[in-house]
Design a protein. Structure first.
Length: 518
């Protein structure tokens, strides 16, 4: 496989990609619809004065609210793309790790005190990126390349640094003052350039070279600042700060190994060695601090390998690699190998085999460590469900939700188990309580709709579906569901008033969105 190295001008630094890789193509598929959407919404001729809602003219930059809104809009597109990894356990692992870092310094969340979101992208290239508003994506390829949790944490910290320093907002406003590049198009250029796709060129052409040059200059400073902030986050959260240098070096080695034609930019550019030197100096000033990696870090790397490519030949290759890991003699690698084989067995609909591998994992790490692993709890329930042991699945899932009370993945699984066991009343009761606590969780609403359907409650089913669509930003579909709910034979007077209120609220949002874009 021919690998190519690219150094691009965006908010991230390294990306090693193979041009014939289907993962790269899938990320391009993600970028191109985004461009289509934003080109529709933001005419290229938009003057600065026409987009006041996105900026604060006094400060000359995006307001934090507008930045978050922009990020949320981009995420609606990202989440509906096949490259987005919709694996609740993997997402939760990244989210927990990311939030540990974010919590290291109360200042990071900024004036809005927003939560950050972390997610994975199915892509074999080494990359991570931050979107406006604290949405941070990690390629599965990068996750696989990291050799310790501290290395992964160092990449996330750097991206968190970009967000907390509001680099994207600052960059976008600089662009705007100069030649009024539409904000959305610039964000897309960032995404496109990160993907290394031709889409980047497409967006950036058209006499915008000057602005791009300015972006490069800005980004060099931004990179240094993100390194500095990222380092302090990493240290504050108790990770091994040498993770930052070791990951830099790993990427350099990968570059030397794979690049047949390094770009002239890279050959002449001292930035990388300068950045490494900066970080190395910081690391040297700190006493060495060991960090014990979480078992789930190793399990999630095994999962990422399967998520990245689940074609039959890829699974076969992965299985051979997992077998090798089991022979390695290292406890965590043995656990990860067995975990990976269990996932493959599940995928091949062989739950009995999966159970044997799961028992191996538990034997390897010991009962106590196994009970602290969200990934293992989740797999246990999944295997029971696949075997049709629904009563056991309910029992295990409930115990797991007690061990991990804030876990979204396990809450969803518990509801699934109740549904599979046909305990619809309990499922509805549990889900109604959950949606009160987690108002942004579209999955809960989808599950609730499924349960209402099984109970034959048509109006409530359409209302729950409407909520799930609205939470995903699909207001037109949500309004359609409200209409269906209103026409359902079992709609109550109380339901009607809820439907009316929701309809007014969502119609107002749709109107507001149209106004912003016209
Ligand atoms: Zn960066």
């Amino acid at each position: 496989m021919r690998m190519k190295y690219r150094y691009d001008i965006t908010m991230h630094e390294f990306s090693i990609l193979s041009s014939d890789n289907r993962m790269v193509r899938s990320f391009r598929r993600l970028v191109i619809p985004l461009i289509a959407v934003f080109c529709l919404q933001t005419p290229l001729a938009t003057a600065q004065s026409d987009i006041p809602s996105l900026g604060d003219t006094a400060r000359g930059e995006l307001t934090p609210v507008a930045e978050y809104q922009l990020g949320k809009e981009i995420m609606v597109q990202v989440r509906s793309d096949p490259a987005y990894v919709n694996d609740p356990v993997l997402t939760e692992y990244l989210t927990n790790l990311g939030n540990r870092l974010v919590s290291a310094d109360p200042q990071i969340r900024g004036e809005l005190a927003n939560d950050f979101s972390f997610f994975a992208i199915r892509d074999a290239t080494l990359n991570a990126f931050a979107l406006p508003g604290g949405f941070i994506g990690v390629h599965t390829g990068l996750l696989l390349a990291t050799q310790s949790e501290s290395e992964l944490a160092s990449v996330l910290s750097h991206e968190i640094g970009h967000v907390s320093q509001r680099h994207i907002a600052r960059m976008l406003s600089q662009q705007r003052q100069d030649i009024l590049i539409p904000i959305a198009a610039t964000v897309l250029a960032i995404l496109a350039a990160q993907a290394g796709g031709d889409a980047a060129g497409a967006v950036m052409m058209g006499g915008q070279g000057y602005a791009i040059q300015k972006q490069i200059n800005f980004t060099r400073d931004a990179e240094k600042e993100a390194d500095r902030v990222g380092f302090s986050i990493l240290k504050g959260a108790g990770f091994d700060t040498t993770g930052m240098t070791s990951f830099f070096q790993r990427m350099q080695t990968a570059t030397r190994t794979y690049s047949d034609a390094p770009s002239p930019y890279l050959r002449t550019h001292p930035l990388t060695s300068e950045r490494i030197a900066d970080i190395e100096a910081r690391v040297r000033r700190e006493p060495y601090r060991q960090h014990a990696d979480d078992l789930d870090f190793y399990l999630m790397r095994a999962k990422a390998r399967l998520v990245q490519d689940d074609s039959a030949p890829a699974l076969q290759k992965a299985a051979a690699m997992f077998e090798e890991q089991i022979k390695s003699g290292s406890r965590l690698y043995m656990a990860a190998g067995n975990y990976g084989l269990a996932l493959i067995a599940l995928q091949r609909k062989e739950p009995a085999k999966a159970r044997t591998y799961l028992q191996q994992v538990k034997k390897t790490v010991g009962e106590a460590a196994a009970r602290q692993s969200l990934a293992l709890d989740s797999l246990t329930v999944e295997i029971l469900l696949a075997s049709g042991q629904t009563a056991d699945a309910v029992r295990e899932a409930r115990a797991a939700t007690v061990r991990f009370p804030s876990s979204r993945a396990l809450a969803h699984q518990y509801a699934n188990a109740l549904y599979a066991a046909k305990r619809y009343d309990e499922a509805a009761k549990y889900l109604r309580k959950q949606v009160q606590m987690y108002r942004d969780d579209a999955t809960l609403q989808r599950q609730l709709a499924k349960v209402y359907d099984a109970q034959g409650k048509k109006a409530l089913m359409h209302m729950a579906l409407a909520e799930s669509y609205a939470l995903s930003g699909a207001y037109t579909a949500a309004l359609e569901q409200l209409n269906l709910a209103r026409k359902a034979g079992d709609v109550t007077f109380y339901d009607q008033s809820v439907i009316d209120a929701r309809e007014r609220e969502w119609k107002a949002i749709v109107k507001e969105n149209l106004k912003e874009r016209s």
